[in-house]
Design a protein around this ligand. Structure first.
Ligand code: GUN
Length: 285
C-alpha cells in the first residue's frame, strides 16, 4: 500500500514559511507584499480559484488586489489594466486567471505582464529562463509537484521520470524541473505509443493529461512515486484525478490523493513566487 502524500500539510508548511518571511520583511524593512488577481467573466471554477488565492494572500499577510471584470471586457481594456498594474508599486505580482473569454488573445495578455511581476511564470522570458535553469519564478503547479516529491525523501538523480501531458503550464515545465534534478525524463502525450510499457518503467510518474482515471494500477511499477495533477469532475459531481487511486495505491510507494494532493500546492507556490517578486523588486534578492 502506498503512503499518501498530504498536499494540505506540505502546502501549509510552505505558506507558514512565506508568512514568517513576510512578517519579517514588514518589521525589518517596512516592506509590504501585494498580489493583483484579475478575473474576466463568470467561469465558476475560476471564481473558486480566485477566491482561494485571495484567502491565501490574507493568510500569509499579503495585500490582495482583485479586479473582477465583466465578460464583455475588451482586450484593449484588459491590456490597459495590466499596464497600470505593471506600474503600480504596491503590486509585486500579477495573475490573470485563465481561461479568458474567447474574444481575448491570451498570449497577448500574458506577454503584456511585466516578467518581473509574472508570478505564474507564463511569460516567454520566464519560460525561456526555466529552459536554461536561471529562473526567479517557477510555474506554480510543477514547482508544487517538485516540493511534494521532495517531501517523500526521494532522490530524483538517475531515476526514470515519466510525465504524461505536454501542456505549457504543467507537462513541459515539469519535465524541465525533473531534468534539472538529474532525472531521466520521458514526456508522454495522447499520441504516445506503448504508453503502458513506458509508464511501467517509471520510478516517478507525474500525470497531467486531464482525463479521469486515465492511469490504472497495471500501468504502475511496484514502488513508484505517483503524482496526480488531474482534477476532473465526474457526472456524479465527485472530483477525481487522472489516476485511478484505488488500483494505483496498491502499487505505488507514495501517491497523491485528489483532492488534497497537488491542488493546495499550486496556491502555496504562488504565494512563494509573489514573495520572491517583492524581494527582487526591493533589491533584496
Ligand atoms: N487557470 C488554471 N490554473 C491557472 C494558473 O495556475 N494560473 C492562471 N493564471 N490561471 C489558471
Amino acid at each position: 500500500m502506498g503512503q499518501i502524500i498530504d498536499g494540505k500539510a506540505v502546502s501549509a508548511a510552505v505558506k507558514a514559511e512565506v508568512a514568517e518571511e513576510t512578517a519579517k520583511l514588514r518589521e525589518e524593512k517596512g516592506l509590504k507584499v501585494g498580489l493583483a488577481v484579475v478575473i474576466v467573466g463568470n467561469n465558476p471554477a475560476s471564481r473558486v480559484y480566485v477566491n482561494n488565492k485571495k484567502k491565501a494572500c490574507e493568510a500569509v499577510g499579503f495585500q490582495s488586489f482583485e479586479y473582477a471584470l465583466d465578460e464583455n471586457t475588451t482586450q484593449e481594456q484588459l491590456l490597459d489594466l495590466v499596464n497600470v498594474l505593471n506600474r503600480d508599486d504596491r503590486v509585486n505580482g500579477i495573475l490573470v486567471q485563465l481561461p479568458l473569454p474567447k474574444h481575448i488573445d491570451e498570449k497577448a495578455v500574458i506577454n503584456a505582464i511585466s516578467p518581473d511581476k509574472d508570478v505564474d511564470a507564463f511569460h516567454p522570458i520566464n519560460v525561456g529562463k526555466i529552459m536554461i535553469g536561471e529562473y526567479s519564478f517557477l510555474p506554480c503547479t510543477p514547482a508544487g509537484v517538485m516540493r511534494l516529491i521532495e517531501s517523500t525523501g526521494t532522490d530524483i538523480t538517475g531515476k526514470q521520470c515519466v510525465v504524461i501531458g505536454r501542456s505549457n503550464i504543467v507537462g513541459k515545465p515539469q519535465a524541465m524541473l525533473l531534468l534539472q534534478k538529474n532525472g531521466t525524463v520521458t514526456i508522454c502525450h495522447s499520441k504516445t505509443k506503448n504508453l503502458k510499457e513506458v509508464c511501467l518503467g517509471a520510478d516517478i510518474l507525474v500525470v497531467a493529461i486531464g482525463r479521469a482515471n486515465f492511469v490504472t494500477g497495471d500501468m504502475i511499477k511496484e514502488g513508484a512515486v505517483v503524482i496526480d495533477v488531474g482534477m476532473n469532475r465526474l457526472d456524479n459531481g465527485k472530483l477525481c484525478g487522472d489516476v485511478e487511486f484505488e488500483s494505483a495505491e496498491k502499487k505505488a510507494s507514495f501517491i497523491t490523493p485528489v483532492p488534497g494532493g497537488v491542488g493546495p500546492m499550486t496556491i502555496a507556490m504562488l504565494m512563494k513566487n509573489t514573495l520572491t517578486a517583492a524581494k527582487q523588486q526591493a533589491g533584496i534578492e
